[in-house]
Design a protein around this ligand. Structure first.
Ligand code: GDP
Ligand code: MG
Length: 170
């Protein structure tokens, strides 16, 4: 029988790593070179079929700026899943990702499914964070791990499929 499972998902990560662009790619299969920064948070939904399940992602795309950081708990507190995004060309964004992993493990639901996402894979010639560094953090912290490009679309739907596959059937 077909049934829909709603999954609350929150995106976290430093400003300009490509959180909104990943959502735009997943929801509209589109990309904007000069995407305007998110203010506060944006809410979008997207349905996708995984085997015989229909998953309705309820996506909270948060702003990365420090002045919004105190709002983040409002969004991750009830989330079943989170994408922690960094930019593979920006070491500072990987440090920030480590902080988000720690904060979620301390403050979010114990059974939250987290994916670590290294974005801007199309800029691999400017890469500063190796695949192994990302993969190692993910293995240590029990996270899914992907490298993506919102620009080319590479691996973007895999992130959401990976999350969807790990969400237990209620
Ligand atoms: P956010 O602040 O994390 O939501 O980041 P945005 O989605 O607003 O993206 C910030 C900037 O990075 C924008 O100019 C995007 O066009 C650009 N961008 C986002 N994803 C990618 C990507 O995968 N590759 C490249 N080259 N640029 C990207
Ligand atoms: Mg944004």
């Amino acid at each position: 029988s077909s049934h829909t499972i709603s999954v609350k998902l929150v995106l976290l990560g430093e400003a300009a790593v490509g959180k909104s662009s990943l959502v735009l790619r997943f929801v509209s299969n589109d990309f904007q070179e000069n995407k305007e920064p998110t203010i506060g948070a944006a809410f979008l939904t997207q349905r996708c079929k995984i085997n015989d399940k229909t998953i309705k992602f309820e996506i909270w795309d948060t702003a990365g700026q420090e002045r919004f950081a105190s709002l983040a708990p409002m969004y991750y507190r009830n989330a079943q899943s989170a994408l922690i995004v960094y930019d593979i060309t920006k070491p500072q964004s990987f440090i920030k990702a480590r902080h988000w992993v720690k904060e979620l493990h301390e403050q979010a639901s114990k059974d939250i499914t987290i994916a670590l996402v290294g974005n801007k894979l199309d800029l691999a010639s400017e890469r500063q964070i190796t695949y192994e560094e990302g993969k190692t953090l993910a293995e240590e912290e029990n996270l899914l791990f992907y490298e993506t490009s919102a620009k080319t679309g590479e691996q973007v739907s895999d992130v959401f499929l990976g999350i969807g596959n790990k969400i237990p059937d209620p």
